[in-house]
Design a binder for this molecule. Structure first.
Ligand code: MTE
Length: 322
């Protein structure tokens, strides 16, 4: 995001037409009209069975609330066009290099203003919860977007188990720091480890998800295995990947992108078509997978989730708190 790119579309940003056509064929064969999917559960099951999705299947995934009616992007789009700077800054780098990340065993440290701090194994964090599928829109601050069928646990349910106390006003998340596995960390592109944060009410909002899968399968490494945040009304950089630390804090935490470029990336990072990035407009976005000649689509306030989250920001000047 800091790196200035030419405005022309990179070859790597274009979904090959063959992939797109295969998807259309597949949808027709499955009796599903692209663009308006009746049952997201059916959609995920059908696609998970398709030849595209790979990786271990997650058990007992049930449809969750808030899913968009829009058709999800293909497995290929979602797993080959990524931002995960720990593995490089090009969109294809995470798919190429994230295989080096060892995701089992995986431990998450919980600390700060809570009554149940400690080190939790990934399995112990997730096992007590029912897994839900949530098909969410994802809007990157770079003005492209996708639709992703996540599988995960409402973050609120997970956080409640740690019993945050009344001093907890924010939650800070950190990604693994290990330049041995994460080749991108050998260069100081960002202040590693990648750090993000949410206000407590944002973290506890029912839309906020701790994701462990896509298309009914375990998260591929390039998408943030084994667990990553998904905050669908905020720019994608808030959705921190491969989390190893959760900390309840009193003060607003500094995030990696804020530290790197405070005038460009704020703490809130709410999707907002009226507040442009200093170097580009946020009014429209390019839908990945829509095809080379598709017009850009209008960006929606709070990425289309204004009804659910607008109240969180009542009285806040969104130009100042961008
Ligand atoms: N998390 C970490 N640790 N490192 C990153 O570089 N990139 C962010 C976010 N989470 C990033 C990260 C950005 S800019 C986006 S748009 C999303 O991940 C992309 O998620 P995806 O690759 O699964 O689509």
């Amino acid at each position: 995001m800091l790196i200035k790119r030419s405005p022309s579309i990179q070859p790597s940003e274009i979904t090959p037409e063959s992939v797109y056509l295969r998807r259309r064929e597949f949808l027709r064969a499955a009796g599903i009209a692209a663009g308006a999917i009746g049952s997201q559960a059916t959609w995920a099951r059908v696609l998970a069975d398709s030849e595209q999705a790979t990786g271990p299947r997650l058990p007992d995934v049930r449809p969750g609330p808030f899913s968009t009616e829009q058709a999800p992007n293909s497995w290929e789009d979602i797993t080959t066009y990524n931002n995960f700077y720990e593995f490089g800054t090009a969109k294809e780098d995470p798919a190429r290099y994230a295989g080096a990340l060892v995701t089992r065993p995986w431990t998450v440290t919980v600390a700060g203003e809570c009554d149940r701090p400690g080190s939790y194994a990934f399995e112990d964090l997730v096992r007590p919860h029912a897994l839900e599928e949530r098909v969410y829109r994802l809007r990157c601050v770079e003005a492209w977007s996708m639709v992703v069928p996540w599988v995960g646990v409402p973050l609120a349910e997970m956080l409640k188990r740690f019993e945050p106390n009344s001093q907890a006003r924010y939650v800070r998340f950190r990604t693994l720091l290990d330049p041995g596995q994460m080749r991108g960390q050998r260069r100081r592109v960002l202040d590693w480890p990648y750090a993000e944060g949410l206000r407590m009410d944002e973290a506890m909002h029912p839309l906020t998800l701790m994701a462990v899968g896509i298309y009914g399968r375990e998260l591929p490494n390039q998408n943030g295995a084994p667990l990553r945040l998904v905050v669908p009304w905020k720019y994608g950089f808030k959705s921190i990947k491969s989390i190893v630390s959760i900390e309840f804090v009193r003060e607003q935490p500094r995030t990696s992108w804020e530290l790197a470029a405070p005038h460009e990336y704020g703490f809130y990072a709410n999707v907002n078509p009226q507040v442009d990035h200093p170097r580009w407009s946020q009014a429209r976005e390019r839908a990945i997978g829509a095809g080379l000649f598709a017009p850009k689509q209008p960006t929606l306030m709070f990425n289309g989730y204004a009804d659910q989250v607008g109240d969180l920001y009542a009285g806040l000047d969104l130009r100042v708190n961008f």
